[in-house]
Design a protein around this ligand. Sequence first.
Ligand SMILES: Cc1cc2nc3c(=O)[nH]c(=O)nc-3n(C[C@H](O)[C@H](O)[C@H](O)COP(=O)(O)OP(=O)(O)OC[C@H]3O[C@@H](n4cnc5c(N)ncnc54)[C@H](O)[C@@H]3O)c2cc1C
Length: 459
Amino acid sequence: MTDIISALAECLGDQHVILGADITNRATSYWRPEPTQTLALLKPRSTDEVSQILALCHAHNQPVVVQGGLTGCVDGAISTDQEVIISLERMNKIESIDPIGGTATVEAGVILEVLHSTLADEGLMFPLDLGARGSCTIGGNISTNAGGINVLRYGMMRDLVLGLEAVLADGTVISSMNQMIKNNAGYDIKQLFIGSEGTLGVVTRAVVKIHPRPTSKNSAMVAVQDFDAVTGFLQYLRGALGGTLSAFEVMWGNYFYAVTEPGWHRSPMQRDHPFYIMIETEGSDPETDTSRFNDTLERAFETEIISDAVIPKSEAERKSLWDIRENFEAILEKQPYYLYDVSLPIKDMPEYVSRVHTALHEQFTDAACYVLGHVADGNLHLFLCPGEPGNWHESCDQVVYGPLESFNGSISAEHGIGTEKISWLGISRSEPEIALMRQLKTTMDPTKILGAERVIPRT
Ligand SMILES: Cc1cc2nc3c(=O)[nH]c(=O)nc-3n(C[C@H](O)[C@H](O)[C@H](O)COP(=O)(O)OP(=O)(O)OC[C@H]3O[C@@H](n4cnc5c(N)ncnc54)[C@H](O)[C@@H]3O)c2cc1C
């Protein structure tokens, strides 16, 4: 055992420093089944233990990677065999819920879905929601500034965090557990840790905003004939449904077709429409909300904004409609595939997608590009499948990011940079912005032990 591992074992107890075969049993991440590589996996139980770990690692110049639920899409949580992992899995307590103040205070390892169900039992809700809800953690959501399906109504994670506690690379604890919406006392330090993907500190606890649980939820899947109808329908819903629209998830026709192939999801309508949209509203008056929702859809049908619609009659039917949007196993079978997460002005989306298709087919004759996305917040996800065995990651990156620059788009709407997109950061951030990121990193982590070689490109 090396000096640093012995010191860590002394601090945490042997049973919380995982080594050898106990690590290789763990998959690298949701996306990668191969075994985890690391020097040691550490499972602290408190902020104080995280602080002790980091003080030791700082003193020994030992690189560290933080892990939450391992659902991140850009490989930021994946360690090398020279890094130690801090896993927040034992820090999974919901400490308190304050319905009057509208806050929940949680440890960073709390699974998002556990927070949802605990709050639901008390007639409350936390609005962040995404397909990985059963595994991802609040700490991971904070560190990636997660988005998901309710952003158009409630904002991203950055809008949902009131306070947090984080440990800097040298072990210093920054406790900024603010509970108020208003607090302009100096810099808003928590924002440094939100979206910085574990490179500036380890988030250990947080205060998040919660709301009364809506008593009505109305959902539908609709089909439309072109992208103008997608945006027209969005504008129409915003006007007709006021602030109750909480989700507007668009699927391009070939995505819908692929995930409803025999053996995958059952299709609730014809499979050859150009676009499908999953919409949802949340409100507090079940009778009025439902009749307004149904009338709104009926008018959209009569005025030919939409060409087909399915309204689920039960929670099970609603879930199976959402499954078409959220469960894309059928695409993941088409190896190799590459997942992208870009944002750009909504009006430019059809032209951008068309340029991606052209560039892809110029290189790969049997390729496919499946597009879906949150759209209302400018976010598209693309699965590029070159249709040929081999590693085509770089070529596909070029296909997706090449045309993005001319639309002033972002290479990451919500997944972050991690290691995967590091060489492309310059497309979405200027040199002075990247230089300031480097300065912040040097100030907060002078020995660069935290999430090294992630997010910020080398000089
Ligand atoms: C099926 C599926 C659907 C998804 N849908 C969405 C979506 O709609 N919107 C979206 O935004 N994302 C989505 N994601 C991506 C992913 O779920 C989010 O990025 C999520 O926030 C990651 O949380 P995690 O706990 O799994 O973090 P991890 O994957 O473990 O880590 C992600 C990053 O955060 C860092 N990190 C983790 N915990 C901490 C901590 N406590 N302190 C400091 N750094 C930390 C890690 O080092 C890493 O860089 C999806 C993923 C899957 C698999």
